[in-house]
Ligand binder design. Structure first.
Ligand SMILES: Nc1ncnc2c1ncn2[C@@H]1O[C@H](COP(=O)(O)OP(=O)(O)OP(=O)(O)O)[C@@H](O)[C@H]1O
Ligand SMILES: [Mg+2]
Length: 296
């Protein structure tokens, strides 16, 4: 099929399904808190934008939502505001740097449980109708295992599991993998080792974790990459300007770009495992989320 007819097919398909057929979904999660999930979620979305694709971050950390803080923006609306009549799906989507989009969920998500099934259903219905040309949805989940996170991990195509080389972070990463592999057979977990002092330390850390998983769980997580310890990242948080925007040539930015390219299948380095074939459109993703939360 030539490029033009491929494009026509995609446009026709997008019109028919009301969403992007090639959208991929990615959750960023961790065992231990504070290991760099939110920074990775935001900056990977920015790296995806740099690559010419459209990314949307869904801030789903129920406890400590802070994507808005990292972007230096106040969320005007959260996903839960969709329950109000007159609030349209596009009203809860906010624009960040480089054209990235984000939806604030976070602490507001705790309201789901107080909503009637009809109200929650109405929110999801509106969300599903979002006219979406999004290629990548990045979901920032909370640390550790709670039911909300497990629901989300169950509906995404891939999981980026962030750890640092610290033994406590590694132990918590292992504990999370153990539960996720048991609860979600066939799951695709990719490790990101953040805050390494060298790539050798990153490699040693991922090797250690993968070999323990192989030995005790008969499961081998893939490796998405390494992010070096970099003061530029802490400064970015202080300035509330994502590191990829504020210091695009810093070591952390370069590492994150490499991870984004790898996840997108655009890296020279071969992914250690072929990218999953599961693909879904926006409408299907929202539908799966709704059912995972028992609101279908
Ligand atoms: N590569 C790095 N180099 C230096 N500092 C880093 C790096 N990655 C993260 N940090 C520091 O760790 C802090 C926590 O990062 P972040 O908020 O992204 O973690 P988190 O996993 O989302 O936390 P939480 O579990 O609370 O949601 C940052 O504010 C930054 O100071
Ligand atoms: Mg966070």
């Amino acid at each position: 099929m030539d490029q033009a007819s491929d494009l026509r097919r995609r446009v026709a398909e997008r019109t028919r399904t009301g969403g992007h057929i090639d959208m991929r979904t990615l959750a960023v999660t961790s065992g231990k808190g504070g290991v760099g999930k939110s920074n990775l979620a935001v900056n990977i979305a920015l790296a995806i934008q740099e690559e010419g694709a459209n990314a949307l971050v869904l801030d789903a950390d129920v406890g400590f939502a802070n994507v808005d803080v990292l972007l230096g923006r106040r969320s005007e609306r959260t996903i839960v505001d969709l329950v109000q009549p007159g609030v349209r799906p596009e009203d809860v989507v906010q624009r960040g740097p480089l054209g990235m989009r984000w939806i604030s969920g976070g602490t507001a998500l705790t309201h789901w449980v107080h909503m009637s099934k009809e109200q929650a259903g109405a929110c999801f219905d509106k969300l599903r109708d979002l006219e979406s040309d999004v290629d990548w949805v990045i979901v920032d989940t909370g640390a550790g295992l709670n039911e909300a996170s497990l629901h989300i991990l169950g509906v995404v195509d891939d999981i980026l599991l962030v750890t640092t080389p610290e033994p406590t972070a590694l132990a918590d990463a292992y504990a999370l993998i153990k539960v996720v592999v048991r609860r979600l057979p066939g799951v695709c977990i990719r490790l990101v080792v953040n805050r390494c002092r060298s790539f050798a330390e990153g490699l040693e850390t991922s090797n250690r974790l993968t070999s323990v998983c192989q030995a005790f769980l008969s499961y081998e997580p893939a490796v998405a990459g390494y992010i070096l310890e970099d003061p530029a990242l802490g400064q970015a948080v202080q300035r509330q300007i994502p590191v990829l925007v504020g210091t695009p040539n810093s070591r952390a930015s370069q590492c994150i770009r490499q991870i984004a390219r790898r996840v997108m299948g655009r890296s020279d380095a071969q992914p250690e495992r072929p990218l999953g074939s599961a693909r879904s459109g926006w409408r299907e993703f929202v539908w799966k989320l709704q059912h995972a939360f028992g609101r279908g």
